[in-house]
Structures are given as C-alpha cells and as structure tokens.
Design a protein around this ligand. Sequence first.
Ligand code: SAH
Length: 260
Amino acid sequence: MVQPKKHLGQHFLTDKNIARKIVSSLSPGTRNLLEIGPGTGVLTGILLAENLWKLKVIEIDAESIAYLKVAYPEISDSIITGNFLKFKLEDIFQDNFSVIGNFPYNISSQILFKVLNYRNQVDEVVGMFQKEVAERIASPPGNKKYGILSVLVQAFYNIEYLFTVSEGVFYPPPRVKSAVIRLKRNEVKKLDCKENLFFAIVKTGFNQRRKTLRNSLKQFQFSKDEIITDLLSKRAEQLSVGDFIILANDVKKPETASKK
Ligand code: SAH
C-alpha cells in the first residue's frame, strides 16, 4: 500500500463502482487519454481492462509510481513521472486528447487553467473535484458560486455536473464532498473578440466581485452605448460569457492601471 501524502492531495478512491462510473462517463470515440494522478491505480486498472484508449498517466509521487509498475505492469511504459502543471502537453500527445482523473484537490483550479491554455488540444475532461469547485465550474450566471473559472471554462467547454460522491469512499476521507463533472469542448474555436481582453476583463471584473463593473473595470475605457451602460451597472457575477464578449468588443484601449 502507498502511505497517503497530504501535500500531494492523496485521497485514494476505494469504491470500484464509482471508479467504473467515472470511466464510463468518457464520451464514446475518445482515443488519446491522459490520466492525471493515477495514485494506486483504481481508475487506471479499469481503463486498462477496458482497453479502449491510448492511455498515458502522469503522476508526481515516486511511491505511487513504484506501486503502479508492480500492480499494472502493462502501464509501465506509459507512465510520465512529474508535475502535470509543469509539463508541455504537446510532448505527451501530439494530437488531441481527453483528460480523466480523480484530481489532487489542492491544484484542481490550476489543472483547469492549464487545460484552458491547451483548449485546442483537450477535447474532454472527466474528473472528480471537490464538490464546491465542481459546482463553481458548472454554475450559471447570477449565482454566488459563479466566478472567473466558471466564465473562462464555460467559454470553451460545455459542462455537465454528473454525480456527487461522499467522503467515505476515499482513503483517507477528505473533509469535503466530491463531485464528478464532464467538460466537453464546444464549437467555439476562437471567441468573437480579442481573447486577451476577454480574459483580462473577466479577471479584473471578478477581483472586486461586489462592486459594479463600472467601478471594478475603471482601467478600461468603454463607450456610452446603452447596452454597455446597462452591463456596467451590473456585477461580474451577473454577466454571461456573451456579455463579457460584448464588453471586450467595446473597449477602446486598455489603459495601464494607475499606480495609486
Ligand atoms: N486516482 C487515484 C489517486 C487520487 S489522489 C485514486 O482515485 O485513487 C490524487 C493523485 O494525484 C495522487 O496520486 C497524487 O500523488 C497525484 N498528484 C498530486 N499532484 C500532482 C501533480 N502536480 N501532477 C501529477 N500528479 C499529481
């Protein structure tokens, strides 16, 4: 057995039925598949048994890797050792691929930001997150949970909240509930605006999420158009992806933030 390490977010899933349910949530037709954080291989074993994918796994923990090599020798040549956040994903798969995992919760947002950077290569993500993060990602506008990650992920992926998982099926049990969600790349190849501006406006708008956008987005110059005036009177959490695109297209010229 591998001694669970807290700093690596290790909570090993002990319920094979849930592991099967996660695997069967992958869309049919998936070919290249990357599992992040296989740990002791509860998902890996099922993926190998079904053998429908070209599977690679990436794991940071040497002890887990040693365990995997003994328990699942067939995966030995497809184990990538290291930190997912630091890898160039094009070195792992040249073509498009999907991602699966019971993710280390301490870096789950960072995993998604990385996926976003590779959005034209990552077709789908099926993953276990802490429930609260899963809800945030899936949340529609107008909800307290809706935030930067929701807008950015929803701009490029369709999100489905699949099912909730209780603490007791992990060793050791986490302090919070978990949930499995599916992110499927949408049809948007490129946003209908300057994407850098979109990202900047979303991030800046949510930085002071209780202020109206007129106040939180002071560093940007907008027109006096009626639609824009209306959007700026709202708070970031009230705006849809499409609304943020409208704002991004209206910006005259982003001014450098004042030093005061
Ligand atoms: N999939 C396994 C383990 C989940 S725990 C199961 O369901 O039982 C999360 C796993 O992610 C652990 O194995 C941990 O070592 C690994 N991990 C943590 N940080 C990582 C990182 N930055 N890159 C790759 N793997 C990581």
